[in-house]
Design a protein around this ligand. Structure first.
Ligand SMILES: *Cc1c(COP(=O)(O)O)cnc(C)c1O
Length: 424
């Protein structure tokens, strides 16, 4: 029997064995990509992302409703003079079909990731997060009963909540920043049976996010001409490009790849700086001077990844190159103005990252970098935080452990292992 999908190194073209594999077996600095045996998409009568299970690296589906929605804008469309403006809403907004109770598209990544892990390499997944990703994995753990370990900087704890009790999750707070949380998550993964989630290198994460583009194409009837998204790692941009490549192969949704119009939040805009010089490599001193100070000033801190998958083969640089893409640098004032405009016209509250995306569309209109007669897709990557509280009681998730920045696993090892054991 032909397998549902195989993993292939984008740079070298060799097949990789699937054991929840996230890097090329030959050592290429390249992403792996899932190649699906089905070249034409059949949209299934299943909930949420599972409608698109043909192009997800999983075999099992679950009765979980989280998924992308796409609708044609009326008010913002009129305001901007873009007749074919479509909004992809990834958050909670039941009036529009938005079912993601943790309010960001990270839930679209978390769901196929835990299923892929269970199918390919049963272990306990360890996720380092600055907030939205952690919340998404906690929710998926709560809904599936699959244990996870989430490591966050201490000040992100307040962003961790779910709408179902996350009894099988262990949260660790690190008194430091996101980078310190990543370091401690690697400490945990030195223990047997703990598995690094993989980030952008994980095909389940990318193809989960890719459902946003698939949903756009089946709703509109074709691929959009422009895809707008605010990026921190750029995983969503890569995912949109890969989904578009599959849609081109399908043949029914157009033959031109949507241009990626990606944005970051000033003053932390490393990928804008590098792309504007068409440089493949990020140069920290040039592209992110005074990174720590810059990161502390942005409106949307989920957009502040210092080590994005930009240069790696199949990463953000290649996605922008292949689609003749563009990048935008958005100030906090522009983001706040866009937030108010979107709220007034479309009537839902946004994640700060999504306000950066809306502001980039305003900038594109003003600068004339898009043809307004073409089809524009705006990926609203998060929103509905105010709306969800009307329907759901938000359950805060508390850390089981708090460790200092730079700590080794030994500081909590025994107690930690016992805590995890009591969850499984
Ligand atoms: C993570 C996140 C982003 C950035 O996504 P990437 O494609 O991974 O860079 C944008 N918006 C929201 C709401 C997010 O949580």
């Amino acid at each position: 029997m032909t397998p549902k999908y195989t993993l292939r190194c984008i740079q070298g073209g060799e097949d990789a064995p699937e054991h929840y594999t996230t890097s090329c077996p030959c050592g290429h600095a390249s992403l792996l990509r899932a190649e699906y045996s089905k070249k034409q998409l059949t949209v299934r009568n299943l909930p949420g992302i599972f409608r698109f299970c043909d192009w997800l690296p999983i075999h099992r589906t679950l009765p979980i409703v989280s998924g992308p929605v796409c609708f044609r804008s009326i008010a913002l469309s009129r305001e901007l003079g873009i007749p074919n403006l479509y909004i992809g809403f990834n958050g909670y907004w039941p009036e529009r079909g938005g079912t993601i109770t943790t309010c960001s598209f990270k839930e679209l990544e978390a769901l196929p990731t835990v299923i892929r892990m269970q199918e390919q390499r049963p272990a306990t997944l360890v996720i380092a997060s600055a907030g939205n990703t952690g919340r998404a994995f906690l929710q998926v753990s709560a809904l599936t009963g699959i244990p996870v370990v989430v490591v966050v900087p201490e000040k992100a704890i307040e962003r961790l909540w779910t709408t179902a009790p996350a009894d099988k999750a262990v949260v660790i707070a690190v008194t430091g920043d996101y980078t310190d949380a990543i370091r401690f998550s690697r400490e945990i993964c030195t223990l047997p049976q703990f598995l690094e989630e993989g980030g952008a290198k994980n095909v389940a994460r990318r193809d989960g996010m890719g459902t946003v583009m698939l949903d756009a194409a089946v709703t509109i009837g074709r691929m959009p001409d422009y895809y707008f998204q605010a990026i921190g790692s750029g995983t969503g941009g890569i995912a949109a490009w890969e989904a578009a490549l599959r849609l081109v192969g399908d043949g029914r949704f157009g033959s031109r790849l949507p241009e990626l119009h990606l944005s970051q939040n000033l003053p932390f805009v490393p990928m804008v700086a590098a792309w504007n010089e068409r440089r493949r490599n990020l140069v920290p001193d040039t592209d992110m001077p005074d990174a720590q100070a810059a990161i502390s000033q942005v409106y949307s801190d989920v957009l502040t990844n210092r080590e994005p998958p930009y240069a790696i083969t199949g990463g953000v640089f290649d996605a922008l190159t292949a689609t003749s893409g563009r990048m935008y640098a958005i100030s906090n004032d522009e983001a706040r103005a866009a937030e108010k405009l979107f709220m007034d016209l479309e009537g839902i509250d946004l994640d700060p990252a999504a306000t950066v995306c809306v502001a980039s569309l305003l900038q594109a209109c003003e600068a004339g970098t898009i043809d307004k007669q073409k089809t524009v897709f705006l990926n609203i990557t998060g929103g509905g935080y105010a709306r969800v509280q009307k329907d759901h009681a938000l359950i805060p998730v508390r850390p089981s452990f708090t460790v200092p920045a730079g700590a080794l696993i030994d500081v909590i090892k025994q107690e930690f292992l016992e805590t995890v054991k009591s969850c499984v």
